[in-house]
Design a protein around this ligand. Structure first.
Ligand code: SF4
Length: 98
């Protein structure tokens, strides 16, 4: 009986540790944790000086990006699942995700 309790605690601790390792390796947005939005764990910013206003990010990810009155991209919402795709498509690497 005592061994059962020990084994359950050991297995729970071990699985929690394994999950933390997976999250550290893949980030919190991995497919094992698909209920989370990117916005739950990431902060998306635009480097306005670098942005050339091409609009690619708004086309790829209209829920999160829009062009402002200055003709450059702005973050419309931190919630969404396409920030990385938009960042990967930005020709001047103006989208910063942290
Ligand atoms: S894709 Fe990059 S350069 Fe183009 S509007 Fe968006 S942030 Fe600016």
């Amino acid at each position: 009986m005592r061994n059962d309790v020990f084994n359950k605690r050991f297995l729970r601790k071990r699985s929690e540790s394994l999950l933390k390792t997976v999250e550290l390796f893949f980030g919190n947005n991995n497919s094992l944790n698909s209920n989370r939005n990117e916005g739950d764990s990431m902060v998306v910013k635009i480097d306005k000086e670098a942005c050339i206003g091409c609009g690619a990010c708004t086309a790829v990810c209209p829920d999160m990006f829009e062009l402002g009155s200055d003709g450059k991209a702005e973050v419309k919402s931190q919630k969404g699942k396409c920030a990385k795709e938009a960042a990967d498509g930005c020709p001047v690497n103006a989208i910063k995700i942290s």
